[in-house]
Design a protein around this ligand. Structure first.
Ligand code: ADP
Length: 430
């Protein structure tokens, strides 16, 4: 009846990876926000993060052009190479070479040992450069695709023959797919903020999907064990006379199984909480006004009027601008969704920001005139997986609370009279 308690290291690793991926995307978002008109810093940021994600030593950012691939950014490998093959250099595509394979398949091309590859033997320029000018041996090329259209590639390399794992390849591929959204946004500059939101959203959806997959995988085990134990208990009950000693033991096991399922969820939350937030001095008014601007269309489509009450002379808060914006985005989207269901009555979203000198920080409020919060809802809102929406994941508020707490603040909800809900959070000043 006993079962093996599986090691948690696999789950820990997955969560760490997800968090790293999230951080990498945040970096790219930040680069786009800081430099919407200049692509170079964005290319650099994408490359640095891709290299880090898959534990490559060096990397190149290649743009697909008519005549071949142009080197747009590079990390390493050495000054000689940088001097002889400056940025901007175009590598032609020659039949059968790695770049041609990438272009044709639109899929990653992984070469465990460049020196043993046919392209090297046939003196393909890129491969020869890598092997002879730089000592690079293992190479992974990942396409940058925008709606199936190839816009470029990320080249990840290692100096020793050390193949990338399937997991590392998946990580860079997912990351590359998400960054093309950021790149696309810079082409149409006026729309970059919308695209930034689309990226934040895509990232959230991807992260939620993966997180759910790992949680499901882990939680299924204790649930299956509990079911087996319950079956066994039933069988012992059916004995004549019932074997109550065995029934008791089985029930004890079920309690353990249930605890174990709970522990898994707690561990994941703790792990997410532990990820250190960036400590920028954030101008909260600006950060929030940006999110409001992003949600304007969504509000208008749902006939929601938005009012803002900003205070003057607020202190800057300390934290991660992108994360704080994600919290805001979540609260606003929740409020709009809550109001989209009500038939009659005004749909008003009120956003307020004020200083709370007693707590030495800033308080932000998001108030709606939706259906409000039932006692059940109020007590469970912040639980992971609590949702009343058909398509809901129920992770939004739980993650929001983790983010705010990681910033040293608090997040809570209050039912409003005569209707609606108010979500408030505080953030300490810088
Ligand atoms: P999801 O949006 O996926 O359901 P959340 O964690 O963001 O996940 O929200 C959990 C639940 O909290 C929602 O399903 C809803 O029942 C409730 N909720 C959140 N915001 C509001 C709100 N502004 N008004 C009423 N209920 C809300």
């Amino acid at each position: 009846m006993r079962h093996l308690v599986r090691s948690r290291s696999e789950l820990q690793r997955q969560v760490t990876e997800l968090v790293e991926q999230q951080a990498a995307i945040s970096e790219v978002l930040r680069a786009v926000a800081n430099s919407p008109h200049d692509l170079q810093p964005i290319f650099d940021t994408i490359l640095i993060n891709a290299t880090r994600l898959c534990r490559a030593t060096f990397g190149g950012f290649l743009l697909f052009e008519e005549k071949g691939y142009r080197t747009a950014a590079r990390i390493g490998p050495n000054p000689v190479y940088a001097e002889q093959r400056p940025l901007g250099l175009v590598y032609p595509i020659r039949q059968g070479d790695p770049l041609a394979r990438l272009t044709e398949s639109g899929s990653p091309v992984h070469i465990a040992d460049l020196a043993a590859d046919q392209a090297y033997l046939r003196r393909d320029p890129l491969v020869v450069d890598l092997v002879e000018l730089t000592d690079v041996r293992t190479c992974l090329l990942v396409p940058l695709l925008k709606d199936d259209e190839l816009i470029g590639a990320l080249g990840m390399t290692r100096e020793q023959v050390q193949p990338f794992t399937d997991r590392q390849i998946d990580l860079v591929r997912d990351f590359a797919a998400q960054t093309t959204i950021a790149l696309e946004s810079t082409r149409r500059e006026r729309q970059y903020r919308e695209a930034q939101m689309a990226l934040a959203h895509a990232n959230r959806v991807a992260m939620m999907g993966q997180l759910t997959a790992s949680i499901t995988h882990e939680v299924k085990q204790p649930i299956a064990a509990a079911r087996n134990n319950a079956r066994a208990a039933l069988n012992f009950m059916d004995k004549n006379p019932p074997d109550l000693g065995e029934v008791r033991e089985a029930l004890g096991c079920i309690v353990d199984d249930a605890d174990r399922a709970g522990d898994i969820i707690d561990r994941i939350r703790d792990h997410i909480k532990k990820v250190p937030a960036r400590k920028d001095a954030v101008e909260i008014n600006d950060a929030i006004l940006e999110v409001i601007a992003l949600t304007r269309t969504e509000a208008a489509n749902n006939s929601v009027s938005v009012r803002t009450q900003l205070a003057e002379g607020l202190p800057r808060v300390q934290g991660d601008r992108v994360q704080l914006q994600q919290v805001m985005l979540n609260l606003i989207v929740n409020a709009i969704q809550a109001m989209s269901g009500i038939g009659e009555g005004a749909r008003e979203l009120q956003i307020s920001i004020d200083a709370v000198p007693s707590e030495g920080g800033v308080r932000v409020g998001v108030r709606d005139t939706g259906p409000g919060l039932s006692p059940e809802s109020l007590s469970r809102l912040f639980e992971p997986f609590y949702t009343t929406k058909p398509e809901g994941m129920g992770m939004g508020l739980s993650i929001c609370r983790s983010i705010i707490e990681a910033h040293g603040g608090r997040l809570w909800a209050i039912p409003c009279e005569p209707q609606g809900a108010l979500f408030q959070f505080t953030i300490p000043a810088d």
